[in-house]
Design a protein around this ligand. Structure first.
Ligand SMILES: C[S@@+](CC[C@H](N)C(=O)[O-])C[C@H]1O[C@@H](n2cnc3c(N)ncnc32)[C@H](O)[C@@H]1O
Length: 228
């Protein structure tokens, strides 16, 4: 499904989010600026798709001429990685690994930061995903999971659900040619654990300081945690 929508993926992301997706990714990268600024640190962007968060992490690492962290992108959809490689061929993150987030080809404790933007929700098993992230993090390393979340408020919530369930599948389906992919989006968001539930699961999987912050009228959550 992700391979099929890859060619129109970026365009639709920016269109359907009114370009807020760019702000969310930049904000996520800034949140981990203290790790990314460290020379010798390693950051992994899971489910990186066409690499927009990977690029935001890379830019943060290189800000003000710093050497910064090494940034690696990883995804299991080959066409997504091909687009990321082409997009950043001249300047940007250069390392991409084709891999399943549930079975990463990295040794234990090899990253200081693991992120995932709008990808974690798609994993077949969230607990297994969190345990795999925990495994590849070094002690003291941090995780950042950016995901859609259902706003509880009835007013914003009803507009959000109308937009996600009625407008997104239609516009996304017509432009990408895959109605299935953009109908899957609202279904996957509604089935995804609440921000509180995901925080509980992160704690269960061993993350310390598991917490979340809600952005843009509580429609998006950044989940963070630390491997002790
Ligand atoms: C909605 S896209 C998000 C892409 C990117 N992170 C962004 O912010 O635009 C979800 C991505 O997760 C990837 N993905 C889903 N399940 C995966 C898995 N089990 N292992 C690796 N990648 C996966 C898909 O291939 C897709 O590129």
């Amino acid at each position: 499904m992700f391979s099929r929508i890859a060619p129109r993926y970026d365009f639709l992301n920016h269109l359907l989010s009114f370009s807020l997706d760019r702000i969310w990714r930049r904000r996520t990268a800034r949140k981990f600026g203290h790790i990314l600024a460290r020379p010798g640190a390693r950051a992994l962007d899971l489910c990186c798709g066409t690499g927009d968060l990977t690029l935001a992490l890379w830019k943060e690492a290189k800000r003000e001429g710093k050497v910064g962290a090494r940034v690696v992108g990883s995804d299991f959809a080959h066409p997504m990685l091909t687009l990321a490689r082409k997009k950043f061929a001249v300047e940007g993150p250069q390392e991409y690994v084709e891999a399943d987030a549930l079975n990463l080809p990295f040794t234990n404790a090899s990253f200081d930061l693991v992120t995932a933007a709008f990808g974690f929700r798609n994993l077949a098993n969230y607990e297994a995903g969190l345990r795999e992230i925990f495994r590849v993090l070094r002690p003291g390393g941090k995780v950042g999971i950016l995901e859609f979340t259902d706003p509880k408020s009835s007013f914003v919530g009803s507009i959000y659900r109308f937009y996600l369930q009625r407008i997104v599948p239609h516009v996304g389906g017509v432009i990408s040619g895959s109605h299935a992919a953009y109908s899957y989006l609202p279904v996957s968001v509604s089935k995804f654990p609440s921000a509180e539930e995901l925080t509980g699961l992160m704690t269960k999987c061993g993350f310390a300081d598991s917490r979340f912050e809600l952005w843009t009228m509580r429609t998006v959550a950044l989940h963070t945690g630390r491997r002790e």
